[in-house]
Design a protein around this ligand. Structure first.
Ligand SMILES: Cc1cc2nc3c(=O)[nH]c(=O)nc-3n(C[C@H](O)[C@H](O)[C@H](O)COP(=O)(O)OP(=O)(O)OC[C@H]3O[C@@H](n4cnc5c(N)ncnc54)[C@H](O)[C@@H]3O)c2cc1C
Length: 345
């Protein structure tokens, strides 16, 4: 027999980064009309998400991993930003559609971006010369989106509050501290899930980056050649350059030798950057895991946990696809617990 609970369900999203915030917003618009609480130790601009590039990109090594959900998460997110770009919000968010050059040491057979991204093409000899790309390297080009993350998080937070969501600043030492207070807890705590839920598979991948005063740079370059990860991302107020991919390195201090290496590699592609003033410089720790953990764990009869963390360097790029799946898991659980109001069926 179908049950029907008269009270509204209570859902808490733990974490206010690019992963948690869109889920919190979507839940406030959900047909279950849950009470939604966003609980986080820290908010923008003091979290890892603020350190991201951030670009919408699906690299081959990610597209080909075992988890078949990855391509779908990326497609959903790319589609979301495509719609956002076509709206008046693009101006508020500084959301740009830019030409993106990806450079590889070796030819990539059937690049995964071919059918996913607008304007895909391979780069020929003449264009390589102009872009200071070695003729030995393989390069492709397509259009993609980039935006500074902090204004985007601020906008998501505005929506969440306007929709009636509750915000609490609190650091949890264990999810058990809130067991029974909510029907569903959505865990979006990124790298902190290593301690919070004891996930031994999580590890940091340290990234150092800097913002240069170089507003003339209009295209995006990513290079994975010679064992280095190098990028130049255009911003309204300059060019963001990086980076490093240092596995298991927990240091959040800016390192002078990383600074020198990033500068040298980026100046090779865009020599005019050599005169650009450094406006800011920072380090962020990507929450890496062999596979993103996105699943529901029914720990007790009172509270179910939806885990959504471990997105490494692809948190923004997967965010909307992962948010939709998290909301779907939450809805399914609430439905099974009898929260369907008769009028909603
Ligand atoms: C240099 C750099 C460049 C990057 N570039 C890109 C890019 O171009 N494209 C892309 O898609 N991704 C990029 N990333 C990756 C991206 O930043 C991350 O994948 C993403 O920010 C992870 O988001 P999150 O919401 O899971 O974590 P976070 O942003 O770390 O948010 C975690 C939230 O959980 C809260 N929290 C943690 N522990 C607790 C606790 N115990 N109690 C309560 N609250 C808690 C925190 O306070 C915070 O609010 C980059 C990362 C770095 C470092």
């Amino acid at each position: 027999m179908e049950r029907s609970l008269s009270r509204r369900p209570r859902v808490a999203v733990i974490g206010a980064g690019v992963i948690g915030l869109p889920i919190a917003v979507m839940l406030t618009q959900n047909r279950f009309k849950p009470h939604v609480t966003l609980l986080a130790a820290e908010f923008s601009p003091n979290i890892t998400s603020d350190r991201a590039g951030a670009m919408m990109r699906l690299p081959e090594h990610v597209a080909s991993i075992a988890d078949p959900r990855v391509n779908g998460w990326f497609k959903e997110t790319y589609q979301y930003f495509t719609q956002l770009y076509a709206s008046s919000m693009a101006a508020k968010l500084d959301l740009s559609l830019v030409t993106h050059y990806s450079i590889y040491s070796e030819r990539v057979q059937d690049p995964c971006q071919k059918d996913l991204m607008f304007g895909f093409r391979e780069i020929g000899t003449e264009e390589k010369k102009i872009l200071n790309i070695s003729q030995e390297n393989y390069a492709i080009c397509y259009s993609t989106f980039t935006l500074p993350v902090s204004p985007y998080l601020m906008w998501q937070m505005e929506q969440f509050k306007a929709n009636g969501g509750t915000v609490i600043q609190r650091k949890l030492n264990s999810l058990k501290e809130i067991d029974g207070e909510y029907d569903v807890v959505v865990n979006c705590t990124g790298l902190s899930s290593k301690e919070l839920v004891g996930d031994k598979e999580l590890y940091p991948v340290r990234g150092q980056a800097m913002l240069l005063k170089a507003p003339w740079v209009k295209h995006l370059i990513i290079s994975g050649t010679e064992g280095h990860y190098t990028y130049i991302i255009p911003r309204k107020d300059g060019a963001l350059i990086g980076g490093t991919l240092q596995v298991d390195n927990w240091s959040t201090e800016v390192d002078s030798s990383d600074h020198a290496g990033i500068s040298e590699r980026c100046f090779k592609y865009v020599p005019s950057l050599v005169h650009a003033e450094v406006l800011d410089e920072w380090v962020g720790l990507r929450p890496a895991r062999k596979q993103v953990r996105l699943e529901i764990e029914d720990l007790s009869s009172n509270t179910a946990i939806v885990h959504n963390y471990g997105h490494g360097g692809k948190g923004l790029a997967f965010s909307i696809g992962c948010a939709k799946e998290s909301v779907m898991l939450t809805e399914k659980y609430l439905g099974e617990k009898g929260f369907y109001m008769k009028s909603m069926i």
